[in-house]
Ligand binder design. Structure first.
Ligand code: ADP
Length: 486
């Protein structure tokens, strides 16, 4: 039993101090919304401004800290995340709703991300060039930008934060971090690991606030030089317009409407398993989730049989229970949105082949949506065009490979895409012709590795890339040095 005394009281972390303000908000469990996981103090604009001042004050010393010493802090924080992974993963699950296994693995993945950027602090940070003139040493170096704002969503509450914050500080910047309001406890855990690892005060400042209240301050303040944002298209594009007008560097990772193409020669067991994973795991709340399933007509029935069997068999339930495969969606608002899309689908003529509504019985209190397969969908239907962010796969049949590619590319988004086929030539043509930042062959659209660039084309991204060696490009700028030694 959790007593009131066990419920953590969270606050922002600014200039090396936890700030517990008067305005408290509850952090609740989407599987049992009456259960309060934590209380957190909402930051106001004044505290957000103090966070920027703290990051500015810490910038010179952190920039002057040798890069390998910055890496040492990340390496220690990674060890702490590993040691605490069970506890952090459990709290992540309790406030976000993904399964316990997913919560723990996401924490361990974050530790690996921290170690990866720690290692990059030993990499070359520039080049030397021959000069056209005699006795000139000509070299370049990548230098930190200064104060950067990092805004993260709730769906990967620790690893998206890790893959933005780790390179930002590894390469010498200081940070103001605003996580999504729904996941303050996971955010506090990440910050504790960094602080316990010896991160100097002011280098990372955590602002637990509403985007609508503190968002403007942390994205338009003159001392903020760059912003890395992951979230919705509406918020991301509005923020980009304002921030770019004041000359800030902006990186956006936004939505997706990711297609999986299943060709007639595909291994249908593999395709159905991977499509189900991409569509239903984490309750479909991944920007890389599989949302559109484009199938060659001759294997439509075979794929539908297998896909609906997974949707019906995969256990929807308490994400802390070991046999649960699909947990709840994150919030009442998300539940309403997803159910709204299902209503819209049937009113536009689609049929529910599996799932199709809320969990019932003991799941009725939580925000559970059954893994859902929609058939009879048209390429013009709303569920085939808009991002749903729920456990929903919409299936459309096509007559040819070329039709499948054209349909897959007929979207404003371009994050990830996959194809299932045994034909190497078609797989390669798909990789060439698909408009997406991440391409998979015989694998789900979701699931990415941290040491390669990640990001999308078209409306899915601002065009820059996160992770891998690409992260340094965003979080640093070139300096070119001519040394004349006559
Ligand atoms: P999602 O659909 O993932 O909740 P949002 O774009 O609403 O997408 O949220 C992503 C992140 O952006 C969250 O941390 C949220 O608090 C933040 N956010 C929301 N509104 C604003 C805003 N006006 N300015 C800055 N950040 C915002």
């Amino acid at each position: 039993m959790t007593t009131t005394a066990d419920i953590p009281e969270l606050g922002s972390y600014v200039a090396g101090e936890w700030r517990h303000g008067a305005r408290q908000a509850p952090d609740t469990n989407p599987a049992r919304p009456s259960e309060v996981v934590a209380h957190y103090a909402l930051a106001d604009r004044e505290l957000a401004t103090q966070a920027i001042a703290a990051a500015s004050a810490a910038a010179a010393a952190w920039r002057a800290t040798p890069a390998p010493a910055r890496g040492d802090v990340l390496r220690k924080a990674a060890a702490l995340l590993d040691a605490r992974a069970e506890a952090i993963g459990r709290d992540l699950t309790r406030e976000e709703g993904k399964t316990l296994g997913e919560g723990i693995r996401e924490t361990q993945l974050s530790a690996n991300i921290l170690r990866y950027y720690a290692a990059q602090t030993l990499d070359p940070d520039g080049d030397t060039y021959p000069s056209h003139k005699a006795n000139v040493h000509l070299y370049t170096r990548r230098e930190p930008l200064g104060v950067v704002t990092i805004i993260t969503p709730w769906n990967f509450p620790i690893c998206i934060a890790a893959w933005k914050i780790a390179p930002a500080i590894a390469f010498g910047n200081t940070v103001v971090w605003k996580p999504a309001e729904l996941v303050p406890l996971t955010a506090a855990h990440l910050l504790h690991a960094l602080v316990d690892a010896g991160l100097p005060q002011g280098v990372v400042n955590l602002v637990l606030g509403k985007g609508s209240e503190v968002g403007d301050v942390i994205t338009t303040h003159p001392d903020v030089v760059a912003i890395s944002f992951t979230g919705s298209n509406a918020v991301g594009r509005a923020l980009q317009a304002k921030a770019s007008a004041t000359g800030k560097r902006v990186q956006l990772e936004l939505g997706g409407k990711n297609p999986a193409i299943v060709l007639a020669d595909a291994d249908l067991d593999l395709a159905a398993d991977q499509v189900a994973r991409g569509a239903f795991l984490a309750a479909g709340q991944k920007c890389t989730a599989t949302s559109r399933v484009i199938v060659e007509r001759s294997v439509l029935a075979g794929l539908m049989d297998r896909l609906t069997a997974h949707a019906n068999a995969w256990k929807l339930g308490d994400p802390l229970a070991p046999d649960t495969i699909v947990g709840p969606v994150v919030s009442e608002q998300q539940l309403t949105t997803v159910l709204g899309y299902l209503d819209r689908a049937t009113s536009e003529g689609a049929s529910v082949a599996a799932g199709g509504g809320r969990g019932t019985g003991e799941l009725a209190e939580g925000y559970f949506v059954k893994p859902t397969v929609l058939s009879g969908v048209k390429a013009t239907d709303t569920v085939f065009r808009e991002e749903i962010f729920g456990p929903v796969a919409a299936v459309v049949a096509v007559g040819s490979f070329d039709e499948a590619i054209a349909m897959a590319n007929d979207t404003h988004y371009g994050l990830s895409a996959s194809i299932f086929t045994r034909d190497l030539g078609r797989a390669m043509r798909f990789a060439d012709q698909i408009h997406a930042g991440v391409v998979k062959v015989n694998a789900e659209t979701a699931g990415i590795e941290y040491h390669v660039p990640f990001g999308g084309t078209k409306e899915s991204s601002s065009g820059s890339r996160e992770q891998g060696k690409a992260a340094r490009e965003f979080f640093t700028e070139w300096k070119t040095v001519y040394i004349n030694f006559p």
